[in-house]
Design a protein around this ligand. Structure first.
Ligand SMILES: CC(=O)SCCNC(=O)CCNC(=O)[C@H](O)C(C)(C)COP(=O)(O)OP(=O)(O)OC[C@H]1O[C@@H](n2cnc3c(N)ncnc32)[C@H](O)[C@@H]1OP(=O)(O)O
Ligand SMILES: O=C([O-])CC(=O)C(=O)O
Length: 455
């Protein structure tokens, strides 16, 4: 696989970019002057209310006399606390991601018969269309599995006999099919990456209709296709924790925006995958891993609080890390004192870290979690509480499960597909209006000049 060189003249590129910079400045004070809700946020940082949803609740603060009062985070799916859902599954010692998909998309927990039927349909839908892996994945492999997943999702439109109909029945059918196929697509795309970009062998295992999503992922990704029940159950819980997060998160809102135009399921979901890839959203789980790899290379004693604190200051100053100034895995738009998913993942990671020899790594992550809020507050003069988010510990859990880094964000998408489909169903049936916010126009009228009269 070779990339194509660019034929765009570099001198032209320089000139175009300089012109862009000259004509596209928007001073920050204009945002305040025109009361622009930058990032669709109110002045107090809360999100602008743009819709209503019965899907769940992301609860991170209480508004008291107009002020945000920090609280421990709580996440509910259709009214059920995500902790209670996982606790129930633990008690019955069974897989639950499919059931959570049912709950989110349909609105209520299934009976045993309904769940059996749902799982049977997922099993039958797992296989990709004939030659899909060869034509859509192997012929043009990508070093980024999220890009391949978005492309493959769009491509599935061509194989659907009824792709455009927006009835509940048709979208539900498409949701079950995508939920079933995502694990296969990301695993095959990963195998193609191994073969064509990493020079490794490729193992194209066949999905098993009788196994759960988590079991299929481990079976499809691992060269020998083997895994333990504990490993598969842990992955199942990770999928559940990533399944849904309100209508306002960037990728779900993307589904809302695209669905409101009346477009098809494949287009809306491909757009959501593309949004999730971003490093400030789901792509942060990969950045977290890179951030810790870099810290471990540059800090000789990982338990030295002073050295770790200095490094975090450098990251915030853009002198370390990826230069963005962001400490990945920290901060959240809604959660203040804690992200319940990070709390659950941390709890699951600790015993595994002890038994698999990752304790020092886990200690370092916990140290960063502990030090960042005060360092951030001091450097930025901010009094906003800051907590670890879902992406802080997920990478470590996946690493301990032997899953490859290039699948960390695709695993997020494989879980979030059920939330996205539920939002699509809700938007199509209850949204009722094309989403169309406004941008303050800042351009002044200019008199047109013919080509020969310009500079
Ligand atoms: C699945 C998920 O999407 S979870 C989030 C995963 N993302 C990350 O881990 C990336 C690091 N974190 C962040 O970039 C942010 O905390 C976000 C994107 C998650 C939330 O951003 P916001 O909603 O803007 O958070 P908030 O309003 O509290 O931010 C206030 C300021 O602090 C900055 N900030 C927040 N978190 C961080 C951080 N971890 N490192 C550095 N700066 C940060 C914001 O960029 C913002 O700066 P600005 O005022 O100059 O724009
Ligand atoms: O809610 C958000 O903004 C981001 C997030 O944590 C998610 O989508 O899981």
């Amino acid at each position: 696989m070779t990339t194509q060189p660019s034929f765009v003249n570099p001198v032209l590129l320089q000139e175009l970019s300089e012109s862009f910079r000259l004509h596209n400045q928007i001073p920050s004070d204009l945002y305040t002057r025109f009361r622009i809700k930058r990032g669709l946020r109110n002045a107090d940082g809360t999100g602008v209310l743009v819709g209503a949803s019965r899907l769940g609740n992301v609860h991170g603060y209480i508004l008291n006399e107009g002020e945000r009062e920090p609280i421990e985070g709580r996440l509910t799916y259709r009214g059920y606390n995500v902790y209670d859902l996982i606790h129930g599954l633990e008690q019955e010692d069974r897989f639950g991601f499919e059931e959570v998909g049912y709950l989110l998309m349909c609105g209520a927990l299934p009976t045993r018969r309904q769940l059996d039927e749902f799982q049977r349909s997922i099993g039958l839908e797992r296989a990709l269309p004939d030659n899909f892996t060869e034509d859509m994945i192997m012929r043009a492999p990508s070093r980024d599995i999220m890009n391949k997943l978005a492309g493959a999702t769009l491509a599935l439109y061509s194989y659907d006999p009824n792709p455009d109909e927006t009835t509940v029945e048709n979208i539900m059918r498409q949701g079950i099919s995508l939920m079933a196929k995502f694990p296969v697509i990301i695993s095959h795309a990963y195998q193609a990456k191994r073969r064509y970009f990493d020079g490794d062998s490729m193992f194209l295992h066949v999905p098993d209709p009788d196994r759960s999503t988590a079991e299929n992922i481990l079976h499809l990704v691992r060269p020998n296709g083997k895994y333990s029940d504990d490993e598969a159950k842990l992955l199942d819980r990770c999928l559940i924790l990533h399944a849904e997060h309100g209508g306002g998160n960037n990728s779900s809102f993307t589904v809302r925006v695209t669905s409101s135009s009346g477009t098809d399921t494949y287009s809306a979901i491909a757009a959501a995958v593309s949004a999730l890839k971003g490093p400030r959203h789901g792509g942060a789980n990969l950045r977290v891993v890179r951030q810790f790899e870099e810290m471990k290379e540059n800090i000789s004693d990982w338990t030295d609080e002073g050295a770790v604190a200095d490094y975090l200051c450098k990251i915030l100053d853009g002198e370390a890390g990826d230069g963005s100034g962001l400490i990945y895995g920290m901060g959240h738009a809604i959660y203040t004192l804690s992200d319940p998913r990070a709390v659950a993942l941390k709890k699951a990671a600790r015993p595994l870290a002890e038994s698999k020899g990752f304790s020092r790594e886990m200690d370092l992550i916990e140290l960063v979690e502990k030090l960042t809020p005060a360092i951030f507050a001091e450097k930025k003069g901010s009094d906003k509480p800051m907590c670890a988010n879902v992406d802080m510990y997920s990478g470590l859990v996946y690493k301990m499960l032997g899953l490859p880094k290039s699948l960390y964000t695709p695993l997020f998408a494989t879980a979030r597909i059920v939330g996205w489909m539920a939002h699509r169903l809700e938007e199509v049936t209850t949204g009722g209006k094309i989403i169309r916010p406004a941008y303050k126009p800042l351009c002044k009228s200019v008199v047109y000049k013919n080509l020969d009269e310009r500079g």
